[in-house]
Design a protein around this ligand. Structure first.
Ligand SMILES: [Zn+2]
Length: 274
């Protein structure tokens, strides 16, 4: 397995319509880089819990709508992320994540409720795609030459049921060839203790995912498995260092139980015509 591993420094997003104290704080992967003639640009970032208006157990930039937080706070947090990405509020698309292997191709805002899915892909540059996590692995896919992007929710069940391969396949169905992936922070293997049988099952799917916890008990490194699956699929990977459970700037279900969700977000930018 080979992959690039970067540490992305935290930086405040560009000024948005939100007040400075509630603006999202992103780990940027791609920013507004000069766009090569004929190719698209892409914005990819992972939110933190910094910024935002949520309170109590969800304090900060909670973007999860099913975690018990006040809907109005979630709406305002999502609106500030949409503004930072330059899309309309209803053009920042969240999935109804269900630890399945369904990937949906989208070409506009949801009509009604978001569909059950753990991956979304699009060719549209007026949409932004989001994946919510609080320990699971968020994956942001892009092919800037072909103009296709995707967001994937890859937890332990997703690693087991092949959501990565499904998403790569859906990207290719839309014309993608040279796909790159940004893999965001998640609970690390040391912090993800599991029963021995569960580790054995994960090892059967992805041998590199089998590991040990801080106390030497069986554990799973889901992100390592996901990175391995992406690499196997011919995808170039940027893996953001960090552990949700150990980093108080991130939401972690394993650490806190009742808590919010941070997100990976991706938006294709229109290609420049020379
Ligand atoms: Zn950890």
């Amino acid at each position: 397995m080979s992959y690039l591993r970067y540490v992305i420094t935290s930086r405040t997003a560009e000024p948005t319509t939100a007040s400075p104290t509630t603006a999202p704080v992103f780990h940027w992967i791609d920013e507004r880089l000069p766009v090569v003639d004929g190719a698209h640009g892409v914005l990819r970032a992972f939110t933190t819990r910094e910024g935002g208006v949520s309170e109590y157990a969800w304090e900060g930039m909670n973007l999860g709508g099913s975690a018990g937080d006040r809907p109005e706070h979630v709406r305002r947090n999502r609106a500030s992320v949409a503004a930072a990405l330059g899309v309309e509020d209803d053009h920042l698309l969240f999935m109804d994540q269900c630890h399945g292997s369904s990937v949906v191709a989208v070409d506009g805002p949801w009509v009604g409720a978001a569909p059950p899915a753990d991956g979304i892909v699009t060719r549209r540059s007026d949409l932004a795609l989001a994946v919510l996590v609080a320990d699971c692995v968020p994956v942001l896919l892009a092919d800037t030459a072909a103009g296709v992007v995707g967001a994937v929710h890859a937890g332990r069940p997703g690693m087991m049921n092949g959501i990565v391969a499904e998403a790569v396949s859906a990207m290719r169905d839309l014309g993608a060839q040279q796909i790159s992936a940004a893999v965001g922070p998640s609970v690390c293997g040391r912090c993800f203790e599991v029963p021995a049988e569960m580790r054995a099952a994960a090892a059967a799917v992805s041998p590199v995912s089998a590991t040990v916890s801080w106390t030497g008990t069986p554990a799973i490194d889901v992100a390592a498995g996901v990175v391995d699956q992406l690499t196997d699929a011919g995808v170039e990977v940027t893996w953001v260092a960090g552990c949700a459970r150990e980093d108080p700037r991130l939401y972690s279900y394993r650490r806190d139980g009742v808590t919010g969700r941070f997100a990976g977000v991706v938006r294709l930018l229109p290609g420049r015509v020379s």
